[in-house]
Design a protein around this ligand. Structure first.
Ligand SMILES: *Cc1c(COP(=O)(O)O)cnc(C)c1O
Length: 497
């Protein structure tokens, strides 16, 4: 199987090349030239298997230039016993009849990004041995909070790699910030930028395609790659958990094999929900993909109108990992739905960068309507959902998951569609203690992050992840804040070139 670029269909690379490069040199994203198909027999065979074994089977369909031994090495390293706080890796929790929460935050940094970023370093180093001998890989990350920490944790002290993370200075939660600024490891750097996530992401994308930097990197035997969901190596591990969740739904008797499910995803960069789209295209019976947004509801409007328009106010919400107005992975969906029309995709992306908007064709919009539903909610409604779920179901969820649960409730009320649903839960509630605590407790005594954690524990009894508790009292190692226009220089400084 080969990969091509969303902006130039003549590009043809292997999975290894797609993963090591991260982004195509024309600025497009790598996509598979065809989506592998699985049938009921394939799913039936997966059902009795562990997450690790399921992952090997699914990944081998996409990473066709990796040997079976290489895939086993990567998957077993990423998901081995002890790394995730559930032996199922991504367990399904039955919240109500026909409503299943897919807990994707059981990994080392307590957010769903671990599902991909524990595997990516293995994929990348294995791939680079095939494509880039004797070159050091520099991972450049723009983060709205969770990717940065998960990437740092995944790549720390991985030989022949360096990792540099940029985050918006006021755009992450205190716990997220502390997780990143206290990161250990010899090959890591972290810098805040004055700007929002879109600024960080645009800066990183510009660095990737900067010819000047490319030259300097060649001279120093360095090569960039990306740990953001623009990298195919980030997306492909996410397809696995939707396939696996379907197997668990059948195993639990929530659906019979072949029966449809709905999938609800709290969305930012459109990566997680795009992985669900690929799972559906592979043959997982999915009726509707429900895209949930916070007050930054550019995707809700797009999926309902066919016009993407980022010319609007940007809000800093209580679900900061979804505070995004440019959802990069949408480009991949547009490529597939337009019949792989690269010139059309180029036109839309150019319009997006020049005017901040574009409108898709009627044909593409008709497919979007058939595949997706969308909704959004503000911080007040998010908080109300956390309260309601805690009081009625004794289940503590984080702000991002609450957005999904809120949107799903509205969807169900409006459509009457009671198809069994998998709702992606993307973070542990203690990553956003202040918001979660204020939803479940009327009187808050705590005035700092760790007292809030303690108070939330006293109220809910939900265990505090050790990796968050241990941050208490740690002093930050990385304190630099830079202007968004200086990112290039910061990269040079960090690398000493
Ligand atoms: C990254 C993130 C999201 C958004 O995921 P996308 O793949 O960018 O759509 C949602 N919730 C949490 C907690 C996240 O960290």
């Amino acid at each position: 199987m080969y990969y091509t670029s969303t902006r130039d269909k003549s590009v043809r690379v292997t999975a290894s090349e797609a993963i090591t490069k991260g982004i195509s040199s024309d600025g497009g994203l790598f996509v598979p030239t065809e989506i592998p198909k699985i049938n009921e027999d394939f799913i039936k065979e997966l059902i009795p298997l562990s997450y690790i074994e399921r992952a090997k089977r699914v990944l081998s369909l996409y990473l066709t230039d990796f040997t079976d031994e290489e895939i086993s090495y990567c998957v077993e390293g990423a998901y081995k016993q002890g790394k995730f706080s559930s032996n199922k890796v991504a367990p399904l929790y039955e919240l109500a009849d026909g409503e299943y929460v897919l807990e994707l935050w059981r990994g080392p940094t307590c957010a769903f990004k671990d599902m991909a970023l524990q595997l990516l370093p293995y994929l990348l180093t294995t791939a680079s041995e095939k494509t880039l001998k004797d070159t050091e890989i520099v991972i450049l990350v723009a983060t709205s909070g969770d990717t940065g920490k998960a990437a740092l944790e995944g790549f720390k002290d991985v030989p022949n790699t360096k990792i540099l993370v940029f985050y918006p200075v006021d755009g992450v939660s205190p716990m997220q910030k502390l997780q990143m600024t206290t990161q250990e490891g010899e090959n890591v750097s972290v810098c805040a930028i004055e700007g929002n996530f879109d600024d960080a992401q645009s800066g990183v994308k510009a660095i990737f395609t900067d010819k000047d930097i490319e030259k300097k990197f060649k001279e120093n035997n360095l090569a960039f790659s990306s740990a953001n969901s623009i990298n195919w190596g980030r997306l492909v591990p996410q397809i696995v958990y939707y396939v696996s969740a379907y197997c668990d739904m059948v195993e639990k008797g929530a659906v019979a094999l072949g029966e449809e499910i709905n999938i609800v995803v709290p969305t930012g960069n459109f990566g997680n929900i795009l992985a669900a789209y690929y799972a559906k295209k592979m043959g997982i019976p999915v009726k509707t993909l429900i895209c949930a947004s916070n007050a930054n509801n550019v995707l809700t409007d797009f999926l309902k109108s066919g016009t993407y328009d980022k010319n609007r106010d940007f809000y800093c919400t209580t679900s900061p990992s979804m505070d995004i107005l440019i959802s990069s992975n949408l480009e991949r969906l547009l490529f597939h739905l337009s019949g792989e029309d690269d010139s059309q995709v180029r036109e839309w992306m150019q319009s997006l960068s020049e005017c901040g908007k574009y409108t898709v064709t009627d044909e593409v919009f008709a497919q979007i309507k058939a595949l997706f539903d969308a909704g959004c909610c503000d911080d007040f409604a998010t908080k109300g959902t956390i309260t309601e779920i805690f009081n009625s179901k004794n289940y503590l969820c984080d702000t991002h998951t609450a957005v999904a649960l809120n949107v799903y409730k509205s969807y169900k009320a409006q459509t009457g569609d009671s198809t069994p649903a998998v709702i992606a839960s993307t973070a542990n509630p203690y990553k956003f203690s202040a918001s979660v605590l204020s939803a479940v407790s009327k009187e808050i005594k705590a005035d700092n992050e760790f007292d809030m954690v303690d108070e939330l524990f006293a109220k809910s009894g939900e265990p505090v992840p050790a990796q968050l508790a241990s941050l208490k009292g740690k002093s930050p190692r990385f304190k630099q804040v830079c202007n968004k226009n200086d990112m290039k220089q910061v990269v040079f400084d960090m690398l000493g070139i």
